[in-house]
Design a protein around this ligand. Structure first.
Ligand SMILES: O=P(O)(O)OC[C@H](O)CO
Length: 416
């Protein structure tokens, strides 16, 4: 059989499920064997794939997180665009089958979809219902606003129900990018970069400054517990163990939460918003599958066949329902509805409701910036400078914008 290699970044419960899906595909036919290889975090996986491509040792498929999209789109000689691959291999591929937000994120300015949707998410709020009850809060009412979240946190801490109010994964994704979209604030000019490479970051507006100021104050007071850079590796455990009563992270953290938060009941809610701003809609995260150049025709046929399998309503619905990733296709969503999945699993539709709460504006359809994986590191560095007291929120965000803009100019110069 023809071999196809897939580098991915799914660890823990998600990795186990991914391997099951691949095993299901391999057992379903005998022409191709797909081998999944875990390469670490999203950033590590992407870096490894770029290095492997330079060395001529790249896999056929690589899973790239949403913020790598600008860089991948510019890497023209390295990528086999999915719309073209599917057409060349005679495989059926209709972008209209996928959720519009997902399609928009991965479609180039000519209207072509360049990568294969697989695992799109959006950040949501998880909360410890048992701690809420102990603190005299209603277990079925998550905080709607940041003001409520602060007040609930203090009540929880004072009552001894938990020692910390909340934690979060992904400062960059959850507390800056999605924070901005949710409050309808621009992340960058030119429609958050969708309008061209001449874009500049704008995340140092008054609302973002106020939010980072609050996070610093709440960290100092023990209301908030910082989970570390990148995805925030320390955040999940502080929620699972009951230390922090609330937790913001990917909708796909659901699998880990349900598997590991054993001593209390978990509730699900939308992200909080500041009381004087109406929430807009959140934006997607997660990843898509990019096909790399350099393989032979038989392997690309296998890739197309595998992608068709991955997008089938049953496989996609199974992955979505297990993981908490969004149902990528309309058909997978409808299958879940007809199975009664959403009624039977309260909170499982929070992500999709939040993402589609309002029609997206220029500020809330996503982001597309080159060098953004590196800019995410700058976001983490500036946030740490804020927490350590080296910089005010305004200074940290101003510096983030000027450092980030320099990286955007470098990218523009290299890709014009
Ligand atoms: O944890 P994921 O897969 O939902 O991804 C979160 C962020 O989008 C990564 O950039």
């Amino acid at each position: 059989a023809t071999e196809v290699t897939w580098w991915h970044a799914m660890g823990g419960e998600l990795g186990t499920k991914l391997e099951e899906i691949v095993a299901g595909y391999n057992a379903s036919q005998s022409d191709y064997v797909v081998t999944p290889v875990y390469k670490g975090s999203y950033a590590e996986t992407m870096t490894a794939a770029i290095a492997a491509f330079r060395a001529g040792e790249q896999p056929e498929i690589v899973q790239v997180f949403e913020v790598g999209t600008g860089t991948m789109m510019a890497a023209k000689g390295a990528v086999y665009p999915v719309y073209q691959l599917m057409a060349d291999m005679g495989a059926e591929f209709n972008p209209a089958d996928y959720l519009p937000t997902v399609v928009g994120y991965y479609t180039d300015t000519e209207g072509n979809m360049l990568s294969m949707p697989f695992n799109s998410s959006t950040p949501i709020l998880y909360y410890n219902k048992t701690a809420f009850e102990k603190a005299g809060l209603h277990p079925n009412t998550p905080p709607a606003t940041w003001e409520d979240l602060e007040a609930y946190s203090r009540k929880i801490m004072e009552s001894g129900a938990a020692s910390c109010g909340f934690t979060t994964g992904w400062i960059s994704w959850a507390q800056l990018e999605n924070f901005s979209a949710w409050h309808n604030q621009p992340i960058g000019t030119l429609e958050n970069g969708f309008g061209g490479l001449d874009t500049e970051l704008t995340v140092n507006g008054p609302l973002q400054v106020k939010h980072w100021e609050n996070l610093k104050k709440w960290q100092d007071e023990g209301v908030f517990s910082y989970g570390g850079p990148g995805g925030g590796a320390d955040a999940p455990a502080t929620f699972y163990t009951g230390e922090c009563a609330m937790y913001m992270n990917s909708s796909a953290s659901r699998a880990g939460v349900l598997a590991n938060a054993k001593d209390f009941e978990v509730g699900f809610g939308m992200l909080p918003h500041y009381a004087d701003v109406q929430p807009q809609n959140s934006i997607i995260g997660g990843a898509t599958l990019w096909v790399l150049q350099g393989a032979d025709e038989a392997q690309y046929k296998g890739v197309a066949d595998f992608f068709t399998y991955l997008s089938s309503p049953e496989v996609q619905a199974g992955w979505h329902q297990f993981s908490g990733y969004l149902p990528i296709t309309q058909a997978a969503y409808e299958l879940g509805q007809s199975q009664g999945y959403y009624e039977a699993n309260p909170g499982s539709d929070v992500a999709i409701k939040q993402m589609t709460l309002n029609p997206p504006t220029e500020n809330s359809k996503g982001l597309r910036f080159g060098n953004y994986v590196q800019i995410r590191d700058v976001i983490d560095q500036e946030f740490q400078a804020l927490l350590s007291g080296d910089k005010s929120a305004q200074q940290a965000l101003d510096d983030l914008v000027s450092r980030g803009n320099q990286m955007l100019r470098d990218f523009q110069a290299a890709n014009q």
